[in-house]
Ligand binder design. Structure first.
Ligand code: HPA
Length: 248
């Protein structure tokens, strides 16, 4: 077994990991408040894993109210050495249709009003993290390798736009995100990635395209919610196979 604990933060559609053999459950309190729920501890293949449902186990916490600081802090408290985020997104780029998996390599942060740093008190020196590469290149490579071994197609690289939500975007907003260079859009990628960097935890994401972004493809005249659940369910089965390879 590789000796270090893997943290998985599950988003919409992944509030549980059926291939996680749960051996424990920890309620962790942090100086920043409570995480989204208790942390499930267990193993997948040979690896120790801690799992946290980003929106809570009943999927009740909207993206702008997730306590990202408490979540990341709690994972560190349990000595997680890597964080893999699974997050559903809308596809902006035409080839990123529903059901596509992608491992983003860059992000643009459009969120506002979220507690986005651990360094926000005035009595300690200001800290600036380097965030040129927001996702850990080695962890990204390991996810891509695991996907290849599992025979699951996955797109290497995408620019992730983090929007505030909880509403979806207007068609013009999606046009603007595309002009900015974004390929996929989601609501939870930030400040999660930056907080992990602040604590020195390698972080990468598996983006699951749930729907075409507003005004694009099948969403040309509106995002249809009905198909999303089935798309996510299928994609999550694939994510689990990739995670299983990753842990082997
Ligand atoms: N926009 C923002 N976040 C999302 C979307 C979307 O279209 N789909 C899933 N998460």
């Amino acid at each position: 077994m590789s000796g270090t604990m893997l943290a998985i933060i599950g988003g919409s559609g992944l509030t549980r990991l059926t291939n996680l053999e749960v051996t424990g459950r920890r309620v962790v309190r942090t100086p920043y408040g409570d995480p989204s729920g208790s942390l499930l501890i267990g193993r997948i293949a040979n690896r120790e894993v801690v799992f946290l449902a980003r929106h809570g186990y009943g999927h009740t916490i909207p993206p702008h109210q997730v306590n990202y600081r408490a979540n990341i802090w709690a994972l560190r408290e349990l000595r997680a050495s890597q964080v893999v985020s699974v997050a559903s997104v809308g596809g902006i780029r035409a080839d990123l249709g529903p059901g596509t998996l992608a491992v983003p390599h860059q992000l643009i942060d459009y969120t506002w009003g979220r507690m986005s740093t651990f360094h926000d008190t005035i009595d300690v020196p200001v800290v600036h993290i380097d965030f040129t590469e927001p996702y850990d290149p080695l962890l990204r490579a390991a996810i891509l390798a695991a996907a290849a071994q599992a025979g699951e197609p996955i797109v290497d690289g995408a620019v992730y736009a983090a929007t505030q939500g909880p509403r979806l975007e207007t068609a013009a907003e999606i046009d603007r995100l595309e002009r900015d260079g974004a390929d996929v859009v989601g609501m939870t990628g930030m400040p999660e990635a930056a907080l992990a960097r602040e604590l020195g935890m390698p972080y990468a994401a598996i983006a699951v395209v749930a729907n075409a972004a507003a005004g694009r493809g099948e969403s040309r005249s509106g995002v249809q919610f009905a198909p999303i659940e089935q798309v996510l369910q299928q994609a999550v089965g694939r994510v689990k196979r990739i995670v299983e390879r990753f842990c082997a």
